[in-house]
Design a protein. Structure first.
Length: 188
């Protein structure tokens, strides 16, 4: 009986230690993924960007191994790490890069499934952004807000008996002038 109890304690401690190690390694790989992604964003040359994405992809591959082997309780902790550290754009960029090198950066199915929401959200957001156009004379105020310029940083309004004139201010000394909610001129 004592031998069975000892084996049970050893097995429990081994499992606990393995979970803690996986958690630490996953956390470390997540931090490094974020660092390499930041380097990728800051590089101006294609070679530097490619090198950063390769390193980030390696971290994502390693993260996926820990994630695949984790039990549900540990996965919940790993999900917290992901939610606190990664963005949809980051995951989309690095994961898409790994697809070009499937033999080198095989991402395990469980982590791909977890990221599916991130990837789908980013693809939808990118599609919406790609549909935006520059502001133009004749647009309504709502159309300008949905344009590439977005909402202004400041609005100055003048109201007269027959007219409401607005000057929308943006960064970089850009202005849009509206009369009764319609764009009449744009200053860049």
């Amino acid at each position: 009986m004592k031998k069975v109890f000892t084996l049970l304690v050893v097995a429990t401690l081994t499992t606990f230690t393995a979970c803690q190690t996986s958690y630490r390694e996953f956390s470390k790989n997540t931090e490094e993924l974020v660092q390499y992604y930041d380097k990728y964003c800051n590089h101006t040359d294609a070679i530097g960007q490619d090198a950063s994405l390769k390193c980030a992809s390696s971290r994502l591959r390693d993260m996926s191994k820990y994630y695949e082997d984790a039990n549900e309780s540990t996965r919940n902790k790993l999900n917290d790490i992901l939610n606190d550290n990664v963005t949809p754009e980051m995951i989309y960029t690095v994961y898409t890069y790994t697809l070009d090198y499937p033999d080198q950066y095989l991402i395990q199915p469980a982590l791909v499934e977890y990221f599916r929401e991130y990837i789908d959200d980013f693809q939808k957001q990118a599609a919406i952004e790609s549909l935006k156009i520059d502001p133009a004379v004749g647009m309504t105020a709502d159309e300008v807000r949905n344009s590439t310029w977005g909402s202004p940083t400041d609005i100055s309004k003048t109201t007269t008996a027959n007219n409401v004139s607005e000057m929308w201010s943006y960064d970089s000394s850009r202005y849009i002038f509206l009369d009764n909610g319609i764009v009449t001129s744009i200053h860049e």
